[in-house]
Ligand binder design. Structure first.
Ligand code: SF4
Ligand code: SF4
Length: 296
């Protein structure tokens, strides 16, 4: 288990992460008024045991020791061809407002300061030094980490990783909106639905990809289907013959911020040098977006 996560679970701050409030003790009442049975010292393990749901979880036994899964679905995003059109953002919002993960809240959508819940956002920023600058469009959503720190911190077992395909999900019936998972996610990929008071995030369109009412060609995440440039690939990164594995292998696919030790399943294909604007960008450009607040 990652040392910084151990520290977080113990309630202490680390250089790598913020200080987290101590976990509730057994029988404590959460802010929302829900009584939860959790043990302060082993929140994930005790929480899952209390819910009797360990059989469906990938995280069993000691917290922080995920099983190695045979199958891991993921997105691979090509930064060379993403043009920042936000088709993935709007298609995600549309599907997940009508599917089982929604509706996704929109607060004051036509006002001066609209806010809302998005599973997928695109950050756009300039990189490089003039005149060798480039505009980078960087789509970001939950990376469905193999060693997902958002799972063991969840005191109710609401956050879990599926054994059959590695998708990390939230069980809304169990979520008490304590936000521990948001503290634990180093990528800022958790979004609180203020209206429903549940934590949300990308589901990899789990309600599309197995949906037999859809034509087989449509059983992909909505963002993948909507992308006009084909920047988003979807598949099993554990299958060496899959399209995503080949793209990672042959085109230098990389993980976002591997130093966190989360083993994100999603990968990015690095940008190639743009000779048209000068020689400043390196041979391949592994973009990492700036930290801080995100703009949709
Ligand atoms: Fe959890 Fe964040 Fe990883 Fe998604 S990106 S699995 S929310 S830690
Ligand atoms: Fe679990 Fe996150 Fe909901 Fe808290 S806010 S109960 S950690 S899913």
């Amino acid at each position: 288990m990652m040392n910084w996560l151990k520290d977080l679970l113990a309630g202490g701050g680390t250089e790598a992460g913020p200080r987290m409030p101590p976990l509730q003790t057994a029988g404590a009442t959460a802010a929302g008024g829900t009584s939860v049975a959790v043990a302060a010292s082993a929140a994930g393990k005790a929480g899952r045991a209390a819910n009797g749901s360990a059989a469906e979880r990938a995280y069993v036994g000691d917290i922080g020791k995920p099983e190695t899964l045979a199958r891991q679905l993921a997105l691979v995003i090509d930064l060379n061809v993403c043009v920042g059109c936000h088709a993935c953002v709007t298609s995600c919002k549309e599907w997940n407002s009508s599917g089982s993960a929604g509706p996704l809240a929109d607060e004051n959508p036509y006002g001066a300061n609209p806010t809302g819940t998005f599973f997928n956002r695109v950050q756009t920023y300039e990189a490089g030094v003039f005149p060798g600058t480039e505009t980078i469009h960087f789509p970001k959503s939950c990376l469905h980490c193999e060693d997902a720190p958002c799972v063991p911190v969840c005191p109710t077992g609401a956050s879990y990783k599926r054994k059959e395909d590695g998708i990390v999900l939230v069980d809304y019936d169990k979520c008490i909106a304590c936000k521990y998972c948001a503290w634990a996610c180093p990528y800022g990929m958790r979004e609180l639905d203020e209206e429903r008071q549940v934590m949300t995030k990308c589901t990899l369109c789990v309600d599309r990809i197995y949906n037999e009412e859809l034509a087989p060609r449509d059983r992909k995440p909505a963002c993948v289907l909507a992308c006009p440039t084909g920047a988003r690939l979807f598949g099993d990164v554990k299958d060496p013959d899959s399209e995503v594995s080949k793209a990672i292998r042959e085109r230098g696919g990389y993980e976002l911020m591997p130093e966190w030790g989360t083993n994100p399943a999603n990968h990015y294909l690095p940008r190639r040098p743009n000779n048209a604007v000068g020689t400043n960008p390196p041979e391949t450009w592994k973009a990492t977006p700036p930290t801080g607040s995100e703009e949709a």
